[in-house]
Design a protein around this ligand. Structure first.
Ligand SMILES: [Zn+2]
Length: 411
């Protein structure tokens, strides 16, 4: 079989894209913590699809979640053996979707697929059904042509990505690490840009912080009898934003659109309800996205230093909470997998793909931290999480071709 035959085969799968999307959109796999039932119905449908294909192994790793329908969250693993079974090319996508949001903002029923030209509308169509469909169709072409790829090809269809993957990939890495082999590599089709030029290999470290400034409440007419926590909080916020940007100021052109670390003041909690009271407590938050050349630990140490300075100057006490943090090792630009991706993207879309790093928060970080090369790639219009989310059939077939070309060459 030649690469050309493989690509030609995928061109005949337009109806498969529509069928898969139509069934998946009809299963609202919203997480229980967001008021949904979980991925059960969608997983059952996908299992029935995969079982009709020529996979050699199919299983579901069920993670207990009493809140979900059936009491668990399903994670599907399906493998088609390669000629060499010692390593595996994985395509990892997620079955869960975010809630529809305000129904009035949708022009169509979010949980009923509507096809208009090249577009299929529905919640989850782009995030992440497109990735699931591409993962299935890329290997279907091998199966239909009766050919084995050089190495194993596995699909990993996860639960719980939108909430933080506690019932998904994080649990698999922790409790079922033998699912993966040492030489395995991952494609994560869950992020990209409209012209299909973004090949993501790195993320910034994430650190979210909450600062509570304790002063002393008093009457607005006699500020000196209290300690204004809001005022001190404002000074602290400015000192942090300015100080952190100044100290951690390196740039890395790999990262777009922000090539430097970012330290942003975000949420601010309401304090006193009336204008004539000096607030005794002030709470604000920061979202820090840190280049991997710095550690979260050294940034935190600088934060503590600035906090101590402001405590002294303003006579307040500050407590710091870190509700979430995550460090991410980048995938080496020189990984053979990255080169395969760049070549395949160029071949299919005739564009000039670029290797980039992003601000963080994708599930590829967990894989990279576990030591696996992981490349995030999709061609998509970035309608995810929005009303009137859609996917493009053309992009789906194009990305399927890219993954098939990689499977054809991955040795
Ligand atoms: Zn996603």
């Amino acid at each position: 079989m030649t690469e050309k035959e493989l690509l030609k085969k995928i061109d005949t799968y337009k109806q498969d894209v529509i069928d898969l999307q139509t069934h998946m959109i009809a299963c609202p796999a919203v997480s229980p913590s967001q008021g949904g039932k979980g991925e059960g119905a969608k997983a059952a449908y996908l299992m029935s699809v995969l079982k009709k294909m020529k996979f050699d192994e199919i299983k579901s790793i069920n993670v207990k979640d009493p809140q979900a329908e059936g009491g668990f969250r399903p994670n599907i693993v399906a493998t088609y053996y390669g000629k060499d079974r010692s390593k595996t090319l994985w395509v990892m996508a997620h079955m869960d979707v975010v809630p529809a949001g305000n129904l009035g903002d949708w022009k169509t029923d979010p949980f009923k697929a509507v096809i208009k030209g090249d577009k299929i509308y529905g919640r989850g169509s782009e995030d992440n059904h497109q990735g699931i469909v591409c993962g299935i169709l890329a290997i279907k072409a091998f199966m239909d042509l009766g050919v084995r790829p050089p190495c194993n090809y596995s699909l990993l269809l996860n639960a719980d990505e939108e909430i933080g993957s506690e019932f998904g990939i994080l649990e698999i890495l922790k409790k079922h690490p033998k699912t993966f082999g040492k030489q395995d590599v991952f494609i994560v089709p869950d992020g990209g840009v409209a012209d299909g030029t973004m090949v993501e290999v790195a993320e910034k470290n994430v650190m979210w912080l909450e600062f509570t400034v304790h002063g002393k409440t008093t009457h607005g007419s006699t500020p000196k009898t209290g300690i204004n926590a809001h005022h001190a909080g404002a000074r602290l916020m400015l000192a942090l934003v300015d100080g952190l940007h100044k100290k951690f100021n390196k740039k890395n052109a790999l990262f777009a659109p922000e090539s430097a670390s970012t330290f942003a003041a975000t949420k601010h909690e309401a304090n006193v309800p009336n204008i004539n009271t000096i607030p005794g407590v002030d709470v604000f938050c920061m979202d820090c996205r840190i280049l991997p050349c710095y550690s979260n630990k050294e940034v935190y140490a600088e934060i503590v230093r600035i906090v101590k300075k402001i405590e002294k100057q303003c006579k307040v006490k500050v407590t710091i909470k870190v509700p979430h943090q995550e460090a991410s090792k980048p995938t080496d630009k020189k990984e053979p997998m990255v080169k395969l991706m760049l070549e395949a993207v160029h071949r299919v879309y005739k564009n000039s793909p670029k290797v980039v790093g992003v601000g963080g928060g994708t599930v590829a970080a967990a894989l990279r931290n576990a030591g696996y090369p992981a490349v995030v790639y999709s061609k998509l219009d970035e309608t995810m999480h929005q009303p009137n989310e859609y996917t493009s059939i053309k992009n789906t077939l194009g990305d399927s071709k890219i993954f098939a070309l990689i499977a054809y060459q991955f040795k």
